[in-house]
Design a protein around this ligand. Structure first.
Ligand SMILES: Cc1cc2nc3c(=O)[nH]c(=O)nc-3n(C[C@H](O)[C@H](O)[C@H](O)COP(=O)(O)OP(=O)(O)OC[C@H]3O[C@@H](n4cnc5c(N)ncnc54)[C@H](O)[C@@H]3O)c2cc1C
Length: 540
């Protein structure tokens, strides 16, 4: 029996009397596509503060390779994009959210082009590629496979030109400040200035996903689930956290960070073969290499087990070196760094945690269940993806809901008073016990446990074991007070790991990216969402 845990409201003590305060109309937590898309759609007279825990470009957005999906081809339509998204979402998509995103996609692409993003062209038309789950080619890309970098660079440049905008890098948001079920900003810690209270009329949480909770992941180091954990502590409703999407093809070479081999490689004709050189995906799904990601990930794991090998291989040998250099410059350069020539060699790949489908529950306007707190991007759960994300829909989701959050914020600001310098909010009442432990060691153990027990394949037994370990770590780590981001990140990762594991344990079926080896079938009675909210007394 796993004991429920009490979740502390704030990670650190602070006194609102002597903590420096900054005032702004809108606080944006994060600096990826979601935060910057929101920022750039705010009216110019609105003051905005962007806080981001690393450098401006350290989130997942600049790493996005494949591209952005949108029905821009005259022979394509938002209805077809809608149908593909719903099909891949396995019965759990919020169809209104899908309608909004697929319908607004072409207009968001035009806006990006207007801001200066140059998507690749084939002749006078945009070069569109196809990815798994899409019934046709509809993915726009830029600089070959460096789409996210192209988008982030342009958004950062435009953000620098926006009036009334301040940016604080190396600034870790610890907790949302709440009073009477409304959010009034956040408690942040800047590397040079220490703790500060940011008092905002509207707060937009855009802090990305939580891939680093897993040992094998494509996500950069900042993606530790802080946004999810702080929203949970503040009492926001969280939804669909059992749905972690695993990217099927991540480079598996000792010493290489887990860099992904974009799905569009398979879209352009790349094949998957096992250690015996056999093209195995034909045995698992009619769409073979272009089957939905969850199917490809599970098939690879099954094939690795069957052949007792640590990876399978991506075969790009049908593509010339010239083509690969132009179409996949990042991937080609990466392979060459490890002595692999993609036009001649088989590339070892295996799955890794990639995208958190669930998150802070929001409505179609980006509103969470906490007043004046909006959320968008990977941290949010709009219902677009259902139980599985269709490739290249997440940059798009950030663009569409970023704009919607900006609109909601502008409306809310219109009839809001200036924020008061209230001194009612405070941290923990008890005396803190300061954290002195090997944070790195627990962090590595947690990530390995999540990979082994709550990864591509899960079962009651593996999830129980994970929960037992996480609960044990929580007992002596959650009540400590740390003074640096490493400790706060560990506390956030533990909270998120517990959320994922508890949700995965509850869902006794297999659906989308959630695969239970003890419940391998989809159960129609489970066509519903798991929503968790922290009541303050006990959680999970
Ligand atoms: C390798 C890779 C390839 C991908 N390829 C594609 C693709 O081709 N197409 C597609 O649609 N999607 C792709 N995705 C997914 C997509 O990139 C992300 O879902 C999307 O960029 C998320 O945007 P975001 O703005 O929500 O978060 P991010 O871009 O991750 O930004 C989150 C921001 O929050 C900040 N932050 C986090 N915690 C805190 C804190 N405590 N305090 C302050 N700041 C904080 C981070 O520093 C960061 O700036 C890919 C993802 C990866 C990892």
């Amino acid at each position: 029996m796993i004991q429920p845990l009490r979740l502390r409201r704030y990670l650190v003590h602070y006194s609102s009397y002597n903590t420096p305060q900054i005032f702004t109309d809108v606080l944006l937590i994060g600096s990826g596509v979601a935060a910057l898309a929101t920022l750039l759609e705010l009216p110019d007279d609105v003051s905005a503060l962007v806080v981001t825990k690393g450098d401006l470009c350290s989130g997942s957005t600049p790493d996005a390779q494949g591209g952005v999906a949108a029905a821009i081809d005259p022979t394509d339509s938002p209805d077809d994009h809608f149908a593909d998204t719903v099909e891949v979402g396995c019965g759990l998509c919020d169809e209104d959210a899908v309608r909004v995103v697929t319908g607004e996609a072409p207009e968001r692409i035009d806006a990006l082009i207007g801001r200066g993003v140059e998507f690749d062209r084939r002749g006078s038309d945009y070069a569109l590629t196809r990815e798994g789950g899409h019934s046709r080619a509809r993915i726009l890309h830029a600089n070959g496979d460096a789409t996210g970098r192209a988008i982030e660079d342009v958004l950062v440049a435009r953000a620098g030109e926006r009036p009334r905008t301040n940016v604080l890098e190396q600034t870790f948001a610890l907790d949302l400040l709440t009073l009477d079920s409304a959010c009034h900003g956040a408690l942040v810690w800047n590397r040079d200035r220490g703790l500060m209270m940011v008092r905002a009329k509207v707060t937009v949480l855009a802090a990305g996903g939580c891939g680093r909770v897993y040992r094998e992941t494509t996500n950069p180091p900042v993606v530790t689930g802080d946004g999810l954990a702080m929203a949970m502590r503040a009492g926001a409703a969280m939804q669909d956290l059992e749905f972690m999407q695993f990217h099927p093809t991540v480079l598996y070479v000792a010493g290489a960070s887990r860099a992904l081999m974009s799905e569009s490689v398979r879209g352009e004709g790349g094949l998957l073969v096992n250690r015996e050189g056999e093209r195995f995906m034909l045995r698992y799904h009619d769409a073979a290499e272009l089957a939905p990601r969850d199917v490809v990930s599970r098939s690879i794991i099954a094939e690795m087990r069957r052949t007792q090998h640590t990876s399978v291989y991506l075969d790009m040998r049908s593509m010339s070196a010239d083509f690969l250099e132009t179409r996949f410059p990042t991937i080609t350069a990466l392979c060459r760094r490890f002595g692999l020539e993609p036009s001649e060699d088989l590339i070892p790949v295996r799955p890794a945690a990639h995208y958190m489908v669930g998150g802070v529950r929001t409505d179609l306007e980006g509103r969470t269940t906490i007043g004046n707190l909006l959320a968008c991007g990977e941290v949010a759960c709009t219902g677009l993806h259902g139980a599985n994300r269709l490739g290249s829909n997440s940059l798009l989701e950030g663009l569409v809901f970023g704009r919607r959050c900006a609109r909601t914020a502008a409306r809310a600001l219109a009839d809001m008073p200036e924020p008061l310098a209230v001194h009612a909010m405070q941290g923990l009442p008890e005396e803190p016990t300061y954290g002195r432990l090997n944070i790195e060691d627990v962090r590595n153990s947690l990530r390995s446990t999540m990979w082994r027990n709550a990864g591509v394949l899960r079962s009651q037994e593996s999830l129980d074991e994970a929960l037992e370990m996480i609960t044990f770590w929580c007992r002596y780590i959650m009540d400590k007070e740390f003074e640096t981001p490493a400790g706060w990140e560990l506390q956030n990762m533990l909270a998120v790991a517990r959320l994922i594991t508890t949700s995965a344990r509850q869902r006794e079926e297999s659906r989308g990216v959630h695969y239970r080896s003890d419940f391998p079938e989809t159960d129609p009675s489970w066509r519903r969402h798991i929503v968790i909210a922290n009541t303050g007394e006990a959680w999970l």
